[in-house]
Design a protein around this ligand. Structure first.
Ligand code: NAD
Length: 310
């Protein structure tokens, strides 16, 4: 259990962001522009289907239009490119999101490169990656952008402070490091080949963990008072693992009894929370911020592409 004064509450910040996006969508709509997000799903991966549904639902809640294009797993690269070209050419489409992972037969880099950078609401196109690197960001990947919003709104000072990012993916780790650097933190980027991770991560005043390894970060990785952001997301269905992760935590056990699973992160929250100064929970930390920033990116793309007085 995380003490209230330590909690970095992603759910609360995400709802603030969503309310601001809804207001902006209202202003755009008054100018005759209804932001529209098109999501492309290839195949029938159940987790992807859940993500895609929740993106469509949130778009509708904020007053945006949304279309979901579901294609069979056997779709060829040419067929997918044809759809992307059609969406690029459609002036009413502001955001295009291709749900990853794509089937192995399709090279996702080639597909993501084909999206119009002005509609690239995931921020994965090389043009948007380059602009971020140069410190003139346009559409920034949603998870790291959401974490920056969380830190800003929770008044976490970054200037001159030591930040360590664990994980160097294009989706989270690398853009996260770049955003922290532009916010004047001194940044170290760790990965699977980093030697003595605990020694490096203990240097962190701000520690962002996006390694995709359950409970990778324990008490030995964290300095007293550090701000810890846990990006990891793992579904645990084994009761003995839940008991080991959350000993004596009745809320977690009740959630497990109800759903047969609980979510946990890359950080061993039970052991790290007593040491950390501030910490995100899982769930209710980074997850809700990611989708809120997707909505913010879509509204931004609409404003930039189609113009508005707002
Ligand atoms: P990824 O697998 O693409 O990258 C993982 C990175 O972690 C790699 O760079 C790897 O070098 C590094 N790594 C792996 N093991 C390590 C170790 N033992 N020590 C140090 N570094 C190590 O993963 P990703 O797409 O960046 O996602 C990371 C995690 O975040 C996953 O659990 C994913 O589900 C989650 N995620 C959550 C959200 C959200 O909205 N909450 C969004 C994106 C990703």
């Amino acid at each position: 259990m995380i003490e209230e004064h330590k909690l970095l509450n992603g759910t609360r910040v995400a709802s603030e962001i969503r309310a601001e996006v809804a207001e902006e969508v209202g202003a755009l709509s008054a100018d005759g522009i209804t932001p529209r997000l098109d999501v492309v799903l290839v195949g029938d991966d159940p987790a992807s289907q859940v993500y895609v549904r929740s993106k469509a639902k949130t778009s509708a809640e904020l007053g945006m239009r949304s279309e979901t294009h579901v294609l069979p797993a056997a779709t060829t690269r040419t067929e997918l490119e044809f759809l992307i070209d059609r969406l690029n050419a459609d002036d009413e489409v502001d955001g295009i999101l291709v749900q990853l992972p794509l089937p192995k037969s399709i090279d996702s880099t080639k597909i993501l490169d084909r999206i119009d950078p002005a509609k690239d609401v995931d921020g994965f196109h090389p043009v948007n990656v380059g602009l971020l690197q140069q410190g003139r960001p346009q559409l920034v990947p949603c998870t790291p952008a959401g974490i920056m919003e969380l830190l800003r709104r929770e008044s976490i000072d970054l200037k001159g402070r030591r930040a360590v990012v664990v994980g160097r993916s294009d989706i989270v780790g690398k853009p996260m490091a770049m955003l922290l650097l532009h916010a004047h933190a001194t940044v170290t980027l760790c990965h699977s080949r980093t030697r003595d991770l605990p020694a490096v991560s203990r240097e962190a005043e701000i520690l962002i963990v996006a390694a995709g390894q359950r409970s990778l970060v324990g008490a030995e990785h964290v300095a007293e008072g550090a701000v810890v952001v846990d990006v990891g997301m793992h579904r645990v269905t084994d009761r003995s693992v839940v008991e080991q992760l959350y000993p004596g935590n009745e809320t977690k056990m009740a959630a497990f009894e109800k759903r047969g699973a609980v979510l946990c992160g890359d950080v061993d929250t039970t052991r790290v929370a007593p040491i950390a100064g501030r910490i995100t929970p899982v769930p209710g930390g980074v997850g809700p911020l990611t989708i809120a920033m997707l909505m913010a990116n879509t509204a931004r793309a609409a404003r930039q592409r189609r113009g508005s007085r707002s």
